[in-house]
Design a protein around this ligand. Structure first.
Ligand code: ZN
Length: 208
């Protein structure tokens, strides 16, 4: 199992970090050890003093495949969950300045809190109609909609499968909308997906 992540997939988020709108998806990986399941607490690591939250729609991949053609991409979507792409922004900045890979800033232990439940894609009218939000300490800090993705989910599946063979159970983090910000010990983050049945809590992560 692997975790494939997309950077800067919402124009407003790219802009808030001073980045240009990409003309191809920006792809990076997290190891499986990054997953923080079942609402377990996140322990603030010693190596950073600027951990940011990024709430993201997560696609669980349904089956193995490579070089997926657009007309078949939808078949690779097993289910839809919600996660956090926790980012050590200070380490990431240093890596970028030095021209180094940014894995330590993105793939560290527990950097991917993940919902226990994944919803059928049928819970949404279509893959471009997934609404989601994040509350920090009871206040909404991010609110996103998959129609605002620069590269929609099916395009991401085609693109990444040119480079990485997809395997059943892989997770695709699809990028974060605007509103990212710093975490502090004591914070509580709650992520929501809005399906046909209404607003649904998907994860609740406490920072210790
Ligand atoms: Zn992200």
């Amino acid at each position: 199992m692997k975790i494939i992540c997309i950077g800067r997939n919402y124009a407003a988020h790219a802009a808030e970090l001073g980045n240009a709108r990409p003309d191809q998806p920006i792809v990076f990986l997290k190891p499986g050890t990054a997953i923080l399941p079942n609402n377990k607490p996140f322990f603030y690591p010693e190596f950073s003093s600027d951990i940011h939250y990024e709430v993201e729609v997560v696609v669980k991949i349904a089956k193995n495949g490579r070089h997926v053609e657009p007309e078949f991409a939808r078949n690779y979507v097993d289910s839809i969950g919600l996660g956090l792409d926790l980012t050590a922004r200070d380490l990431q900045q240093r890596c970028k300045e030095e021209g180094h890979p940014w894995e330590i800033a993105k793939g560290f232990d527990d950097s991917a809190p993940l919902s226990a439940d994944f919803l059928s894609p049928d819970a949404f009218s279509d893959l471009n109609d997934i609404e989601f939000s994040l509350e920090k300490n009871g206040t909404e800090v991010q609110h996103g909609h998959s129609r605002n993705m620069i590269f929609p989910i099916t395009e991401l599946i085609c693109y990444v499968s040119q480079y990485f063979r997809l395997q059943k159970g892989d997770l695709l983090f699809t990028g974060t909308p605007e509103g990212v910000g710093a975490l502090a010990q004591g914070d509580e983050l709650v992520g929501y997906l809005f399906s046909a049945e209404g607003k649904r809590e998907m994860f609740r992560t406490r920072v210790k």
